[in-house]
Design a protein around this ligand. Structure first.
Ligand code: ZN
Length: 134
């Protein structure tokens, strides 16, 4: 049986996964220019500063775009189909990709309010973010 690929915790995204374990969505914030960014990187994309810290976000946003995946390429996700892969515009003005769960694709529309939820995985340190319709 195929197993789902899971992220490996890296030095620069450790803060994200530590927050996720507590049910908190967080983003990197540049200490130089105050920009927020997700996904985590080693430098600020705006000013290239390496002084980045973690900021807890509200976990709320709205659907910016989405696509329904009815036949996942990786068979490990077969039982989860249809997957609602989405780009979420967070309240703080940055966007992230995640699946919307616990609803039918027909229930999702651009602009719909959503909030984050986390689910544990086979790796103790990885709690995956998903969104649900608010
Ligand atoms: Zn910066």
């Amino acid at each position: 049986m195929a197993t789902k690929p899971l992220p490996k915790v890296m030095a620069w995204d450790k803060g994200f996964w530590e927050s996720a374990q507590k049910g908190i969505l967080s983003a990197q914030q540049c200490e130089q220019c105050q920009s927020l960014q997700l996904y985590p990187r080693t430098v600020c994309l705006k000013c290239f500063s390496r002084s980045l810290s973690w900021k807890a976000l509200s976990g709320k946003g709205k659907v910016h775009a989405f696509s329904t995946v009815r036949v996942p390429r990786n068979p490990a996700f077969k039982d989860d189909a249809p997957l609602i892969f989405s780009e979420i515009e967070l309240e703080e003005g940055i966007r992230m990709h995640a699946n919307i769960i616990d609803c039918a694709p027909e229930d999702v529309e651009v602009g719909a309010p959503v909030s984050v939820v986390f689910k544990p995985t086979d790796k103790e340190e990885i709690h995956m973010p998903y969104f649900v319709l608010a």
